[in-house]
Design a protein around this ligand. Structure first.
Ligand code: AKG
Length: 277
């Protein structure tokens, strides 16, 4: 296995691993161990030409931990309930063109996600990832200390729009209850590396506990602006069968919605727990 770092902030391209040929459990376990180490070191790993079917993709994910932080919205693949299909085309409104970690409105958000490109547009549809270690380390040390005392509320954010459009106010209330909300520390510590990272996102973090609304808004806007700085990022260009896996704890991602009306189809497996942590 060969690993090439993509930017100083995060990301690595992994070559020399053929996921379509992991025929027995011991080969799968050894590959999972090596990929896990690369994931912890680089936060996002990318494998090209990973022509694996949905069932094999779920099996790959299950090697890292329990699957099943089922999303309240997305449809799943007919061959495997663990594989979500993300498909956008025509005049759809893709919902991931904003910085987020997945499902932080849950008390225990998923540990990682695996995403494979199935249909890619002629150009565009890239995904950016940000290292939240790098963002935290870029903040003034005094601010880092103050943030260490604070917690913030996370909820379903802009998923309100489809819930309201489809079900009116009753649909919205039901979606808010189904998705739930959570309070997380603004500075979290990675359970494996112990490193601190910034744990707020423009998608799902709505309010800082203990501050007035104007204070909370000002602080969050400043942090969201810090996340947006390109030195914290890597940008992944997809080809069919490009597979990426990210550590959802200390990264955020942003799926650029610049390709419509062309079609883009991705398969995603969410891994809720980290078996090796
Ligand atoms: O489609 C993508 O590139 C990313 C989708 C996304 O944001 C997600 O799976 O959470």
């Amino acid at each position: 296995m060969k690993i090439d770092r993509l930017t100083p902030a995060l990301g690595a391209e992994v070559t020399g691993v053929d996921l379509s040929r992991l025929l027995d459990q011991s080969a799968l376990d050894a590959t999972n161990d090596a990929l896990y180490k690369a994931l912890i070191d680089h936060q996002v790993i990318v494998i090209r030409n990973a022509a694996i079917e949905p069932l094999a993709m779920a099996e790959l994910g299950a090697g890292f931990g329990e699957l099943g932080a089922r999303h309240h919205r997305y449809v799943t693949h007919p061959d495997s309930d663990d594989v979500v299909i993300l498909e956008w085309k025509d005049d759809d409104e893709p919902d991931a063109a904003e910085w987020h970690s997945d499902m932080t409105y849950r008390r225990e958000p998923p540990f990682a996600s695996i995403l494979k490109a199935v249909v890619v547009p002629p150009s565009g549809g890239d995904t950016l990832f940000a290292s939240m270690y790098s963002v935290f380390e870029s903040l003034d040390p005094g601010l880092q200390r103050d943030l260490g005392e604070l917690e913030a509320v996370h909820d379903m954010g802009t998923f309100r729009t489809p819930a309201y459009r489809e079900g009116g106010i009753d649909g919205l209330e039901k979606a808010l209850i189904d998705a739930g909300n959570a309070v997380h520390p603004i500075v979290a510590h990675h359970p494996v590396t112990g490193r601190p990272y910034l744990n707020v996102s423009e998608s799902f973090t709505t309010f800082v506990i203990g501050l007035s609304a104007p204070q909370s808004n000002r602080l969050l806007m400043m942090l969201f602006e810090a996340i947006n700085r390109p030195q914290h990022h890597v940008r992944i260009r997809w080809e069919p069968n490009t597979l990426a896996m990210w550590d959802n704890r200390a990264t955020q991602h942003y799926a650029v919605a610049d390709y419509l009306p062309h079609r883009r189809v991705m398969h995603r497996v969410a891994v809720s727990t980290d078996r090796r942590a």
